[in-house]
Design a binder for this molecule. Structure first.
Ligand code: HEC
Ligand code: HEC
Length: 300
């Protein structure tokens, strides 16, 4: 059958627009249903040393000599990537993350590497400064995260810079509640006081080794966690620690309550190292500003 050229182009455009809205079909490889356990042994030689260094940094980010100067709060990567990202918790594991890079990142409107992704966390979740690409700390963290996916297929993600076991991201049921306006901060306060305050403090500042969830020493307004949809998606699968059981509505309400408190605002340019020490910051959106608190959402 012959199709007129103009019709064929029209059809192709419609298909492309559909794909852009829905995302390209992914994954294209088959992965085990649940994240496999981390490899039983560290790699040999220098590589093994780098993997161990990366693990030590992920566990002690704010005190480790190679990264403490780049961190501006009381968190470690493992504060959110529980157990250093080794466990199978959805939206927190590092297993299945390395295989998806290079990946397209809608936030930076650019294709980013695993190293880029790791370094950007310093600006936002860690409220600090971006370490240079190719620095020892950066390579070590990327080595550790890559090692955790040993044996899995490689499958670059054209839609999002999130791993195999984090997609769909964020949680669709959570997104639906927030987008339909079903958010109750007062109820969130009750959930927080009953189920979170014992560890994170009634004032959100943490208790002993339990980390702060708002205020100057917490993640900033540019972090994934400061977005109620993303924060609630994470909390649903990860908190209360060791006993994650919140309903979708409880997860949404409690993170709206948490994010209705003050925390550092985010001005992207304040979190890049001075020119000359910065290396390359790979983004087409270099000027982002997000004011705290991030809930209720500000009218544009
Ligand atoms: C305050 C919580 C928090 C902290 C601290 C944190 N992250 Fe994340 N991280 C997240 C969340 C939530 C996501 C999910 C993606 C997003 O932000 O859209 C994520 C995503 C990632 C990803 C993308 C892979 C995926 O599929 O989840 C990588 C890699 C990553 N973080 C590395 C790090 C590293 C390295 C550190 C420490 C330097 C760190 N993160 C600290 C919350 C955090
Ligand atoms: C039994 C103690 C405990 C309870 C209860 C608990 N958490 Fe946590 N939470 C932790 C610990 C510990 C971490 C950091 C994990 C680590 O370092 O291993 C954490 C991390 C977090 C983080 C990411 C890091 C940060 O400080 O921002 C958020 C957000 C969070 N919890 C929210 C909640 C919410 C909401 C609840 C209630 C629904 C809750 N937690 C209940 C102990 C607890």
């Amino acid at each position: 059958m012959q199709m007129k050229k103009s019709h064929a182009i029209g059809l192709a455009l419609v298909l492309l627009a559909g794909l852009a809205a829905a995302g390209f079909p992914w994954p294209t490889q088959s992965f085990p249903k649940t994240p496999p356990p981390p490899p039983g042994e560290y790699p040999q030689g220098e590589l093994g040393e780098m993997v161990k260094l990366g693990e030590a940094i992920v566990m002690n980010t704010n005190t480790h000599p190679l990264t403490k100067d780049y961190v501006g709060n009381d968190l470690q990567c493992k504060s959110c990537h529980l157990n250093g990202g080794k466990t199978g918790n959805r939206y927190a594991t590092y297993v299945g993350v390395a295989p998806v890079y290079p990946a397209y990142s809608p936030r930076e409107k650019a294709v980013v590497s695993l190293e880029d992704r790791v370094l950007n966390c310093f600006m936002r979740s860690m409220n600090g400064t971006r370490p240079p690409v190719g620095s020892k700390a950066s390579i070590a963290m990327a080595a550790y995260i890559t090692w955790l996916s040993s044996g899995l297929p490689v499958d670059p993600n054209p839609n999002q810079p999130v791993g195999v076991y984090s997609t769909p991201w964020p949680d669709p049921a959570i997104a639906k509640l927030v987008n339909s306006g079903s958010v109750d901060v007062e109820h969130g306060k009750q959930v927080y006081e009953a189920q979170c305050a014992a560890c994170h403090g009634a004032d959100g500042q943490g208790v002993g080794a339990f980390p702060p969830v708002w205020g100057d020493r917490s993640y900033n307004a540019g972090a994934g966690m400061a977005n109620v949809i993303k924060g609630a998606s994470w909390v649903k699968y990860n908190m209360p620690l060791g006993n994650a059981h919140l309903s979708d509505q409880e997860a949404v309400d409690v993170m709206a309550y948490v994010n209705s408190h003050p925390r550092p605002s985010f001005k992207l340019t304040d979190h890049l190292a001075p020119a000359g020490e910065a290396g390359v910051y790979n983004s087409n959106v270099p000027q982002q500003i997000i004011e705290a608190p991030t809930w209720p959402p500000k009218k544009k």
